[in-house]
Design a protein around this ligand. Structure first.
Ligand SMILES: Cc1ncc(CN)c(N)n1
Length: 216
């Protein structure tokens, strides 16, 4: 079994819950109440802040230039089209600056802490463990809904297209590949630390959807 698949199997229950979440199903159907989407977007933009730092740290620790290039290109997508998606959604959904400045929920804060821990660990494997959770789980929930229903507003449809399709599949294939290679080269202690982070991050993915679905 590939190491990435092994890690996923350890977090099976949270993986299943997050990747088939009612939040995602209703988003794809266009029936998700806008207050839930507003809450999610505000919290997720805070998540993106920590994510960009983690991805930048992973790039800095890549074993070679060739190993870093796909991640650097992905970083440009996050800070380009994904960033403007958030800004356009805030405007279209009338999310005021005040609302955008709401404090981070406990779950968002816990995610920030996990990403910071991975970014500062100096361990390429730990960084990849958290990055894989975030991107692979999103590819998994979004893929069955791609292409999105044609009548969806952009704040729903683009959240699907940003996380599905050939380009994004390539990002996840690359992240899994990097993780698999780093795992094989790691000590038992490093593998253990990566396991803990993978499981914790996957639990937070589930809680992140649970909380957004409960709010609004
Ligand atoms: C909480 C969370 N996890 C993952 C992703 C996918 N980039 C995200 N936007 N937000």
């Amino acid at each position: 079994m590939r190491p990435s698949e092994f890690l996923r199997s350890l977090a099976h229950e949270d993986w299943q819950a997050a990747t088939t979440h009612a939040f995602c199903k209703e988003l794809a159907a266009g029936t998700l109440p806008l207050e839930k989407m507003r809450y999610y977007l505000v919290q997720d933009y805070k998540f993106v802040d920590g994510f960009v730092r983690l991805l930048a740290s992973m790039i800095a620790h890549a074993p070679s230039l060739a190993d870093s290039v796909p991640a650097a290109q992905f970083l440009a997508v996050i800070t380009g089209p994904e960033n403007t998606y958030f800004l356009r959604s805030f405007e279209a959904l009338n999310i005021s600056t005040n609302d955008q400045n709401a404090s981070a929920s406990e779950v968002t804060q816990a995610f920030q802490d996990v990403m910071k821990k991975a970014a500062n660990s100096g361990s390429y494997l730990q960084m990849l463990a958290v990055l894989n959770v975030a991107e692979w789980s999103y590819l998994t929930w979004a893929t069955p809904f791609n292409p999105p229903k044609s009548d969806l507003p952009f704040w729903f449809s683009e959240w699907i297209t940003l996380h599905a399709g050939e380009g994004f599949e390539g990002v996840v294939a690359y992240l899994r590949d990097q993780l698999d290679k780093a795992w094989e080269a790691a000590s038992i202690d490093e593998q253990e630390a990566a396991k803990v982070l993978f499981i914790e991050a996957m639990s937070l993915e589930r809680q992140f959807f649970d909380l957004a679905y409960k709010n609004g």
